[in-house]
Design a protein around this ligand. Structure first.
Ligand code: GLU
Ligand code: MG
Length: 432
């Protein structure tokens, strides 16, 4: 990639779910693509409202290198006569080129490799909901043709930009909430899915900006409105065979993996949602999945089993599990890596199959909840910051990454305490 008249931006999604990096003009593109660019370790912890966590483990020391992956690129058009930007996603590596313990993209690669060692692979597709400000819709009729037509000009430009970089979307549509829309990606391997997520979200934000609009993926824009969720659809494969679902339920391959997610839910959630705002979305009766359970076609379960069309032999070649407790503030690499790590813990422990919860879990009597291991998820960032969550993150990602990640979350919690819900949402809506 060396396009005359373009800038090249090299970036890595940080521990606050924000893509940050540096750019070089066309003349330095070839060199930057080959060698990467230097970066400051502490920059990975810069908060959504700026400022470093006081206990961030890096301090002023060290130097790392962003090394681009030529397979993870998109070209964004120029703004008002400015240059187009070629955006390339990077691994954060040590200066000698070896992996760096705190790089989220590297953590996902390592989780994928450990999953492969059990004889399984995973395919992932994501649904993202978001709000578009500035459309001046007189009335947003949920899922209607009229709302779909309102977003189509933005949708088409986004689809064209992504398609030029070989990225296809499955859907771009109006959603339920006021000026709320949704995209869904095409199933692929977890690393490609994560890269495409970052590239797609940046493309949507950037294209909206070019059109005088503002796209925001903030999980809970207002307490009175539905949230913007990220639903992570994943399936487990043994070679060319989807082993996620048989006869409308989990298989003996997928059940221990899903049990691991349920067992470790309280440690998983602070890695699949990230901001203080995120927890206001995790409420019963909002189709988010605020309880630790899995259910066939159940949108109030943390994990919904989606068999799609079953084959005559009872297998479901297109089945997926939909992990619903994620949002776009999360670092998508860590979110996927955490799901794989929790699933692997379930496989290693030989965890028994969880029950199929075919109810709204909030309506279950306490004895039934206890029998089915149905627990409410943490209701606030403060409540989510437990010793167990830090311990599991340390086991899954090593102490350096876990410490750095949790220094960010503690800092978010302290910062959030100084704002009303609306004041914080207004600030974060300009970031996410
Ligand atoms: N908006 C809901 C959420 O926050 C999801 C609604 C749906 O099922 O699409 O996750
Ligand atoms: Mg939706």
């Amino acid at each position: 990639m060396a396009t005359p008249g373009h800038f090249l931006f090299l970036g890595n999604q940080d521990l606050n779910g924000i893509l940050r990096g540096r750019s070089v003009p066309a003349g330095r593109m070839a060199e930057a693509m080959a060698d990467g660019l230097p970066w400051v370790p502490a920059n990975l912890t810069i908060g959504a409202l700026n400022g470093l966590p006081p206990d961030n483990p890096f301090g002023p020391l060290g130097e790392i290198r962003f090394v681009p992956d030529p397979a993870a690129c998109v070209t964004l058009g120029g703004h008002q006569g400015g240059p187009a930007f070629d955006l390339a996603l990077c691994d954060a590596r040590q200066m000698d080129g070896t992996p760096w313990a705190c790089c989220p993209r590297t953590a996902l690669k390592s989780a994928i490799a450990d999953l492969a060692a059990t004889g399984l692979t995973m395919k992932v597709a994501l649904e993202h909901e978001f709000t578009v400000h500035g459309l001046n819709e007189s009335n947003h009729v949920a899922f209607s043709l009229s709302a779909g037509r309102v977003i189509a000009p933005l949708g088409q430009r986004v689809l064209d930009t992504l398609e030029r970089s070989g990225i296809a979307l499955e859907q771009f549509q109006a959603e339920y909430g006021a000026s709320q829309f949704e995209i869904s990606s095409v199933p692929t391997d977890p690393l490609t899915a994560a890269d495409r997520t970052v590239l797609t979200l940046e493309t949507i934000r950037d294209t909206a900006h070019c059109m005088g609009l503002r796209a925001s993926f903030l999980p809970k824009p207002s307490l009175d409105e539905v949230g913007n969720g990220v639903h992570i659809h994943f399936s487990l494969w043994d070679g060319a065979r989807n082993v996620t679902c048989h006869s409308d339920w989990l298989t003996n391959r997928s059940a221990p993996f899903v049990a691991g997610l349920i067992d470790h839910a309280e440690s998983l959630v602070p890695l699949t949602v990230l901001s203080a705002n995120s927890y206001a979305r995790l409420r019963p009766h909002s189709w988010v999945g605020a309880f630790t359970c899995v259910g066939l076609r159940n949108r109030e379960a943390m994990i919904r089993l989606v068999p799609r069309g079953p084959a005559v032999d009872g297998s479901s070649p297109k089945a997926s599990l939909e992990y619903r407790v994620s949002d776009a503030t999360a670092n998508v690499y860590l979110a996927l890596a955490a799901i794989i790590r929790a699933g692997l813990a379930g496989i290693a422990a030989g965890s028994p199959a969880p029950p199929d919860v075919q109810h709204d879990p909030d309506t279950l009597p306490p004895e039934q909840r206890a029998a089915w291991r149905v627990r409410p998820l943490p209701a606030s960032l403060d409540a989510a910051l437990t010793r167990q969550a830090l311990q599991d993150a340390t086991t899954w990602f090593g102490p350096d990454l876990a410490q750095a990640y949790y220094s960010c979350r503690r800092s978010d919690a302290v910062q959030a305490a100084g704002y009303s819900f609306d004041a914080l949402a207004a600030k974060l809506a300009l970031v996410y």
